[in-house]
Design a protein around this ligand. Structure first.
Ligand code: IPM
Ligand code: MG
Length: 365
């Protein structure tokens, strides 16, 4: 029996409801594949602000340090929106976690299931048959963390500065992650930059091009970020892996999530620097937010959280069979017509959060 320690940070809004289903799924695959999970549940985000006075309490961080991986729900909501920006749950919990654990590699699959193309706002003929794009976003560099960063009064005016900084080594390590991902997929990598304007973009393009020599099986192309925003919506099926720096990846991964249809279906992984024989330390979370409008009603789609747990099995624990079993169970319940409200259409079976969890447990056998 293999044992894994998981820090469980459900957070706010629908976080706790969907997390409950993900933990049930993990327990069930654990029995099937002889894996034991020790879950340590801790507060984060708005819930932690209310109870402990800050979004990322020390004992939550400590539990993450002691864990093999972090399973994260979502944070934020209207109740905390009037706090100063750097005390808000999103900035005061997510960004420090990323920085603290060096989670530089953010994998955001944007998968549109063939059965769910109706949920996409994009014209049916463009998404017909579904698509599968993987966004690889650099997560600890660029404008988010570059110094200096300040707001100050100067000669009767207000001046703000954010600084875009990348080291070549940071570009190289995220490029390796993207090339390796492409090797395991359809072997196409599109690297995004703004090399026509930014020094950052010039180095980005040069570095990714150099790394490509180590991956002769992968076809590399480059797009300026503005053009990429257009091409992704014009023909998402033409893309396999998309590699971008932090801010461009933030924006393009949201665009891809919207084109895919339901945020409730999309997981994500944020992986750290340290590689063990089993994988990398990582934090796993749904791409969507806390959905305050439906929180507490038990109707949210738990699939993004459940697929995030599958990504944890694959990328941090090296348990590919157990991860694939979860992916397959999700595909099966979608094929069988189970739908939460966000993906419902006439003629399918409308279910709530718990019933979707039950259906996936059933499909796991
Ligand atoms: C994301 C979010 C965060 C980001 C915010 C909440 C800080 O948009 O994970 O994409 O910008 O990275
Ligand atoms: Mg974002």
């Amino acid at each position: 029996m293999k044992s894994f320690k998981v820090a469980v940070l459900a957070g706010d809004g629908i976080g706790p409801e969907v997390m409950t289903e993900a933990l049930r799924v993990l327990e069930t695959v654990g029995k099937k594949f002889a894996l034991n999970f020790a879950f340590t549940e801790k507060r984060v985000g708005g819930a932690a602000i209310d109870a402990d006075g800050k979004a990322l309490p020390d004992d939550t961080l400590q539990a993450c340090r002691e864990a093999d991986a972090i399973l994260f729900g979502s944070v934020g909501g209207p109740k905390w929106e009037s706090l100063p920006p750097n005390e808000q749950p999103e900035r005061a919990a997510l960004l420090p976690l990323r920085k603290h654990f060096g989670l530089f590699a953010n994998l955001r699959p944007a998968v549109c299931f063939a059965e769910l193309t109706h949920a996409s706002p994009v014209r049916t003929d463009i998404v017909a048959g579904g698509f599968d794009v993987l966004c690889v976003r650099e997560l600890t560099g660029g404008l988010y963390f570059g110094q200096p960063k300040f707001t100050r009064e100067e000669n009767g005016d207000t001046v703000v500065v954010d600084t875009m900084v990348y080291k070549k080594s940071e570009i190289e390590r995220i490029a390796h992650v993207a090339f390796r991902a492409a090797q395991g997929r359809r072997k196409k990598l599109t690297s995004i930059d703004k090399a026509n304007v930014l020094e950052n973009g010039v180095l980005w393009r040069k570095t990714v091009t150099a790394i490509a020599k180590q991956y002769p099986g992968v076809e590399l192309s480059h797009l300026y970020v503005d053009n990429a925003a257009m091409q992704l919506i014009k023909n998402p099926k033409a893309f396999d892996v998309v590699l971008a720096e932090n801010l461009f990846g933030d924006i393009l991964s949201d665009e891809m999530a919207m084109i895919a249809g339901s945020l409730g279906m999309l997981p994500s992984a944020s992986l750290g620097v340290k590689e063990t024989p089993l994988g990398r330390f990582g934090m796993y979370e749904p791409s969507g937010g806390t959905a305050p409008d439906i929180a507490g009603k038990g109707i949210a789609n738990p699939i993004a959280q459940i697929l995030s747990a599958a990504m944890m099995l694959r990328h941090s624990f090296g348990e590919n069979d157990a991860a694939s079993a979860i992916d397959a169970a999700v595909r099966n319940v979608i094929a069988a017509g189970y739908r939460t409200g966000d993906i419902f259409t006439e003629g399918t079976k409308r279910v709530n959060t718990r019933e979707m969890g039950d259906a996936i447990l059933g499909a796991l056998g």
